[in-house]
Design a protein around this ligand. Sequence first.
Ligand code: C5P
Length: 217
Amino acid sequence: MSAVALVVAAGRGERLGSPGPKAFVMCGGRPMLEWSIAALKAVPEIGHIVVALPAGVEAPVGTTGVVGGDERSHSVRAALHHTLAGDPVLVHDAARPLVTPAIIRATLAGLDPQADAAIAAARVTDTIKEGDRGTVVRTLDRDRLWAIQTPQVFRREVLERALAQPHEVLAAATDDASLVEQMGGVVRLVESPRENLKITTPDDLRLAESLLAARRT
Ligand code: C5P
């Protein structure tokens, strides 16, 4: 059975300061969402692409659009409910336009028979400290830390169970893998370049544009 990809693109992108939805902000000459769709279409293992969008927005050519939800995980659930088949299920944020077919294929391949999920992640290079009201509580062991990205790949039945949890549990989740972890699932880390960054602020957008321009030269 071929994999299905769910792309979440229904966020408002307030921190980017754009008037419209973030996924449609121009980035390197095309709407941000189009970069992820092009990368997914270049992966033969992916049979179908469903995109969660703000209401009233048309889906990109060759994809199926669904209206997203209140928070990110609600948008993932709306997209998942729209697919009847497809296993495993790959989830990707439209806010990561630098994803490549190689990252997507490596993450799909990371789902070994014992795993419930496999997620793209970059090794952390900064020293990370935990703080409380402006004072350091502790320094974490950097060798064990990973900055989590998308794509995230799930066995269909595992993602269905994770997303069947109450509305508030989903609202609190910043990624889907954390819902699987809470259920005791096995989540594999697949090393991915830091370049697969998430666009949140105008600075991120400028950095992504220069990285995309460098790819063309
Ligand atoms: O807001 P944040 O950057 O964490 O959003 C990550 C991704 O989730 C983005 O691609 C955004 O479009 C998507 N999202 C969504 N529905 C929401 C909120 C965010 O599809 N309600």
